[in-house]
Write a protein that binds this ligand. Structure first.
Ligand SMILES: Cc1cc2nc3c(=O)[nH]c(=O)nc-3n(C[C@H](O)[C@H](O)[C@H](O)COP(=O)(O)O)c2cc1C
Ligand code: SF4
Length: 486
């Protein structure tokens, strides 16, 4: 992962730990409504892909165990990982693209409601993503993938050559020659793996995204409702299709790109279709980027204008993230796919303990406050969820008190200690295991390995009935909190 050159070390701290009485009177542990949905507390576990599903995208026992463990810590809400709205093979990512997924998803919602005694509300993040290929061997790229266009043959002086001969000649050019003759898009595909973009309107399935996505999202949302989720979060963030429509890099000329108004059009149409399908009495919101954090990307002002548009359209909550783009991702090894959290924008999304002077903690606060203020000044009361480097009560409470947000998201801190909020609420905040922000978990995610936390994955491995990772070395869920009496 990209790291700031300063490499200043930051250490998480418990901050000021509240007594039980103080905690239970705190904003963080007060209720809030997101449209039709009531949360008992303002603690929120944002979406995190743990790679627990199978090749069919189904809810497995490991998926259930993972979320039930978070639910034992009784956060106000958990958002299930990015779940694909299409019924197409996508590795072990959860899917909701067909009715056959509903029974498995129902078991998951039941397990979370049971494990939290009905305390925790469960939402599901629904996602569309475009195709991305692994970085190819040059030989394979030149022999099979590269399209031999007349312009390319002309640039390489290979007009009139037979195809096998032309391909061999191109391969023989070597890296310097490739960079000179290949179109920028092909050069990119050779170096990083081919990646579809919303600007590729010459491809019919990309051109037709505005026609297809509203119905794909709305069917997925209906299934979520059928499976007893308490709400859906539309994934409009990071490196995926909807965020690419919102991005300033979206230059489509079909009314869905270019200006801010055109870029937000499809996200609004998707929301309208979802709302129509699930009704007014069901919580629907989105996760989007406060800042893209890439060159020529959308700005905070873009994000504030999107937030106003989403809120006016009737979204029940808005959850912010930042960065996490393919645009500045590091070059993957041959045979690997690019990962959108390896560049500077990736650092902004999941900052780690080696940082710049700003540090990794609360890095999304100021931008989210700006967005929330824009909403409030426009008379809109839509609740805002802010996530990024939050790991203790003091910081979470000050974010609520200072008007940064209405709900506080903690992803890695919840992974490090799923009971952190419960411990705090009970006045036992000193017992919280603090996330060290090393990004060991994110490294596993990058390799598409089952995500675990270094603080607990080698602990108590002799526990009976333990679920172990495929490599046989790590436990798959955090150990139970054994509360010593006080
Ligand atoms: C392993 C892992 C998987 C993630 N998967 C998702 C995801 O599916 N959807 C999403 O919006 N964000 C995802 N994120 C980003 C987190 O939701 C969160 O925004 C990020 O980790 C920063 O918050 P934190 O500092 O509280 O961890 C993931 C993060 C991690 C560590
Ligand atoms: S592995 Fe654990 S401690 Fe390290 S960043 Fe991830 S959640 Fe935090």
């Amino acid at each position: 992962m990209w790291k700031p050159t300063e490499r200043i070390k930051f250490h998480p701290s418990h901050g000021r730990v509240p007594s039980r009485d103080e905690a239970q009177a705190a904003r963080l542990f007060s209720p809030i409504t997101l449209g039709p949905l009531s949360l008992v507390h303002r603690t929120w576990v944002p979406a995190m892909v743990p790679w627990r599903s199978n090749e069919d995208g189904e809810v497995t026992e490991n998926v259930i165990a993972w979320y039930a463990r978070f639910a034992q810590g009784k956060p106000g809400a958990i958002v299930i990982e990015a779940t694909g709205i299409r019924d197409v093979p996508s590795g072990p990512l959860l899917r909701i693209g067909d009715d056959r997924y509903i029974p498995g998803l129902k078991r998951l919602t039941q397990a979370v409601h049971d494990a939290s005694d009905g305390h925790t509300k469960l939402l599901i993040q629904i996602i569309d993503f475009l195709r991305i290929r692994r970085r190819p061997e040059p030989e394979v790229f030149f022999r099979r993938h590269l399209e031999l266009t007349p312009k390319l043959l002309q640039r390489a002086g290979l007009q009139g050559k037979a195809e096998p001969e032309a391909r061999q000649a191109l391969l023989d050019l070597g890296p310097q020659g490739w960079q000179t003759v290949l179109a920028p898009r092909d050069w990119q595909a050779l170096q990083y793996g081919a990646r579809e973009h919303v600007n590729d309107v010459h491809l019919p399935h990309i051109r037709d995204l505005p026609k297809e996505l509203p119905s794909l999202f709305s069917h997925a949302a209906l299934r979520a409702r059928e499976a007893n989720f308490d709400g859906v979060e539309l994934h409009y963030a990071h490196a995926y299709t909807m965020a690419s429509f919102l991005s300033a890099t979206n230059q489509r000329s079909d009314g869905y790109g270019g200006s801010r108004e055109a870029r937000v059009r499809l996200p609004l149409e998707v929301f309208a279709a979802v709302r129509q399908a699930v009704g007014q009495d069901y919580a629907v919101g989105c996760r989007f980027l406060a800042e893209e954090c890439i060159e020529s990307g959308s700005t905070l002002e873009d994000a504030a204008s999107y937030a106003l548009a989403f809120a006016k359209a009737g979204m029940d909550f808005l959850s912010t993230s930042r960065g996490g783009k393919f645009d500045d991702a590091k070059q993957p090894g041959i045979g690997q796919a690019a990962y959108p959290y390896t560049g500077r924008s990736g650092y902004e999304c999941m900052p780690q303990y080696l940082s710049d002077a700003q540090g990794p903690f609360g890095r999304n606060r100021a931008a989210t406050r700006h967005i929330r203020l824009a909403l409030r000044e426009a008379g809109l009361s839509t609740p805002v969820v802010c996530t990024g480097g939050v790991h203790n009560f003091e910081m979470a409470e000050s974010m609520l008190a200072g008007g940064d947000c209405d709900v506080v998201g903690t992803a890695r801190q919840s992974l490090a200690d799923p009971d952190w909020a419960l411990k705090t609420w009970l006045g036992r905040g000193q017992e919280v295991h603090l996330c060290e922000f090393t990004n060991y978990c994110e490294g596993l995610d990058q390799k598409h390995k089952q995500v675990t936390c270094q603080l607990w994955d080698r602990q108590a491995l002799d526990e009976p009935g333990l679920r172990m990772s495929d490599d046989g070395r790590r436990r798959l869920v955090a150990p139970a909190w054994t509360k010593a009496p006080r």
